[in-house]
Design a protein around this ligand. Structure first.
Ligand code: UGA
Ligand code: MN
Length: 252
């Protein structure tokens, strides 16, 4: 089966570095199709050129998050959901451009860290595969709790009574479910922390459908790493002190 990867991304100083690191992980994974959706009114040349040089099977889309749903630079990151319309655009593309062929869908954020082993764990997902996610929710890891080969609960601190209290990086779904549940998706209107639950509930998933991977959820193969925001405070001082400026034609 092809693994379809949906990645929302947005312009910031670290974007090309994140995409470079992620793409160099994906270069080691066979049979993937990377759907990259820019959070922007128009596709950027940076991302267009970047995707082209990877040589991947890919689809480049864009849709802007409406201003009132967008985080301001001083807002805490959990205040508003990220990637909602972008992931929905990826789902819409899948529904119109794939058929009942074998496939698996996984949401890949541009800043997480992915073990190559994770992709092979998810490749033969029947309905929904689940596994632990490292360094998330202010815990060492969050994970489904597995008893006798079945998911029976959740090791999560934040709102553990959510239907599916796990991170976007903690599951993959069979493509057939996307087609059989055309209404399933994400929403900017739902309560904080409910994106994953909204999507999986929309797919008609129950606890019983979950397939524990990564050695019965005993191994961490994906980490919710976050990149420090870079300061450019010496750009202006460079000019004042030395009369030098960085070259705007050099893409960073
Ligand atoms: C956590 C989850 O791991 C995400 O999957 C979830 O989307 C997010 O929370 C949420 O609550 O909405 P976190 O590290 O806090 O992730 O979020 P980011 O990594 O900043 O964003 C998730 C994805 O959306 C990234 O691929 C990022 O590039 C993209 N994004 C972020 C946008 O497309 N637009 C933005 O304005 C911000
Ligand atoms: Mn992140």
């Amino acid at each position: 089966p092809v693994i379809y990867l949906i990645t929302p991304t947005y312009t910031r100083m670290e974007q090309k570095a994140e995409l470079t690191r992620l793409s160099q992980t994906l270069m080691h994974v066979k049979n993937i199709h990377w759907i990259v959706i820019e959070d922007a009114d128009a596709k950027t040349n940076l991302v267009a050129r970047f995707l082209k040089q990877t040589g991947f099977n890919y689809t480049h889309l864009n849709v802007a998050t409406p201003a009132h749903f967008k985080l301001a630079s001083n807002d805490p990151s959990w205040l508003k959901p990220r990637g909602v319309l972008q992931r929905n655009a990826g789902l819409a593309w899948l529904r119109s451009n794939t058929k009942k062929q074998p496939g698996v869908l996984f949401f890949v954020d541009d800043d997480n860290t992915y073990s190559l082993r994770l992709f092979e764990e998810m490749r033969f997902t029947k309905k929904v595969s689940v596994w632990p996610v490292g360094i998330v929710g202010y815990l060492r890891y969050e994970t489904p709790i597995v008893t006798d080969g079945k998911v029976t609960g959740w090791f999560t601190y934040f709102k553990p009574t959510r239907p599916f209290p796990m991170d976007m990086a903690g599951f993959a779904v069979n493509l057939a479910l996307i087609h059989s549940h055309p209404g399933a998706g994400f929403s900017n209107e739902v309560e904080r922390g409910y994106q994953e639950s909204t999507f999986l509930t929309g797919l008609g998933v129950t606890l019983d459908d979950l397939e524990p991977k990564a050695n019965m959820c005993s191994e961490v193969l994906v980490w919710h790493t976050r990149t420090e925001k870079s300061s450019l405070r010496n750009e202006e001082k460079m000019w004042k002190k030395y009369g030098l400026q960085s070259d705007p034609n050099i893409e960073v």
